[in-house]
Design a protein around this ligand. Sequence first.
Ligand code: NAD
Length: 688
Amino acid sequence: MKLKNKVALVTGAGGGLGRSYALLFAKEGAKVVVNDLGGTRDGGGAGSAMADKVVAEIKEMGGEAVANYGSVSNAADAQAMVDQAVSAFGKIDIVVNNAGILRDKTLVKMTDEMWDLVIEVHLKGTYLVTKAAVLAMSENGGRIINTSSLAGLLGNYGQANYGAAKAGIAGLTRVVAKETQKMGITVNAIAPVAKTRMTQEISMVPESFEPEDIAPLVGWLASDEASHVTGRVFGAHGSHYFEYVVEQTPGIDLGEKRWTLESVGQRFDEITAMPKGAPVLDEASGGLVEDARKLFAAIPATYRAEKAGDWKAKMKFDLGGLATFSLIVAGGATEFLDGAVDGATATVTFDGPQTILDMARGVLAPEQAFMGGKVKTDNMGALMKFGQYFNLGKAAAVLGDIAPVAGAAPGKHGLNKDLVGKVHRGSAAFVLKEDIQAFAGATDDQTNPAYLDGTQAPAIFPVRPLLSMLHAAIADPELNADMLRLVHGEQDMRFHRHLKPWDLAAPRAEIQSIETKASGELLNIRQWLMVDGELTTEVISGLFIRGESKGGGEKKPAAEAPKREYIYSEKHTVSSDQPSRYADASLDRNPIHLDPDVAKAAGHPSVILHGLCTMAFASRAVINGACGGKPERLQRLKVRFSKPVLPGWVLETRIWKESSTLGITTYGLEVVNQDGVAVITNAIAEVA
Ligand code: NAD
């Protein structure tokens, strides 16, 4: 028993979380004052039944408890509940400020009464009970555990009053912790998520998150063991415990100089940049850095001056913070610098020296390193030129352990068919309301209010949680996929249930098949999302890897388009920032969508839009035109991407009916641009 002979007051303990704390405290040997006003969820009414019931439960299990029916927001009541602990049990050791109500409304619809009531119960109530408790604990010390909330710490739509109160409680916790440390009192807060009366209608809180999952954290914070923990805020989402920390970036100090509006704008990224953890230069990484230094020193000798023309660059290479080297290119000459060059025109950051060594030795393809996040740059164009005008493979000869390879790319060609059936598993992550809203925003899907307020995810949204697994499968070094020749050809999505906030979604991917075609190879990757053991979304992405030899395969003349009776069509103009907005919302930051130099190098006039964003436009048209506006009726959407889409284009999705059996209607659809050129073809939608 960790709380033997302790005396605890739990406010709002007549149900939900407070009840589970009171029961656990009693089980651990504490005597409990069970406070509850006994009103409704929104703060109306009052009664003694709720507190009495929990007292009876404690007594039934052999514990000691008394009921208190006061309101935490009333100063006299707050004092009385602390006094009652002392009069009934002789002292007070533990207070859990847990009582609470909800009056949710968006700011513009909120009345002053709703604001005042919520602030009164949560913030003022916590203040009043804490003040009375601190006075009573000042000699013998104690434990105070407050209740904050994600709504206040991270923000939540429609809860300005509640969020303000809960953020206020986090602030109160930190301040009072400082003020009471010398009295031996600890003050902490928790931000729980569990199914209770308060959250019963909020579908994003899973039924499986029970108050009993949260209670052990509160019980431990209340125990003697936690005497060193104070002024901190912990999250408890069901059985997932974590800490909320407030971070401060190192920022920029201009010293004597004064900021101007211009300099704030220019240096905003530096002001807000988070430092990386300090890397450790141990013996092993020291050896790698030495090898990398040799390699970089040998790079200038491989310069293809005749190709580079008058290219000028100052390239800085950071090896995961362990070392910095530079290459200065001017006119026909290049020079290696052991350190950082002043006024770098491009910074290339490797996750460590191993990556550049692997690339030079030809065991890691540059595209794989890039897609896998092992290499980052602020100037993609310069990095591509670096790849073209220097020969890393040749420079690797100085490492003495390999025969130099002709180019930087690995020698092997063709996909490794042994990998068919290999499954990649990602860790589960919550579907967040703000991610849903961002995705709906980036795909201009403003038609469905459920997407806008973030209570339901758009049909195509699962591609976001699945992306990391798709990348893991493609960038698997054993697969040997040449990313620069890869084209996303088809996407087939089956929707068993559309996602909603707080779904804890676990992504998976499997290499389903690899087929050799006349002009390349077709790689089918199956991806799926599991939520609580339930399969919600299945996807097959068909990726085509163009063969080395251009030409050969004669294009068949396009068949005459059949006459179709369209039942619905919808137009959409691709905005100039659509690729970057979609990149942010989907996490797919392939530079072909963001960097004009990369797009040009790949033969496009400008950055191109993600195929899946075009698919999202098509899904919206299907939901509007064939599902009667009800997303849950969409069972499957399969498309073929036939042409890259450019910003500024006006796309039209046209839908026609194909067949209907067993309650499922199959529609055909296509997406064409303003010149009638099809960008999505051979598409079908199955609608229930
Ligand atoms: P709940 O409604 O079951 O519990 C709140 C209790 O407080 C009720 O029994 C109510 O009668 C009592 N109460 C209300 N006003 C009172 C007053 N003025 N004086 C005394 N008692 C009063 O809800 P819950 O989910 O158990 O909530 C407990 C605490 O956890 C609240 O502070 C809530 O804001 C917080 N919280 C809960 C969740 C969650 O997911 N359940 C999430 C974040 C924060």
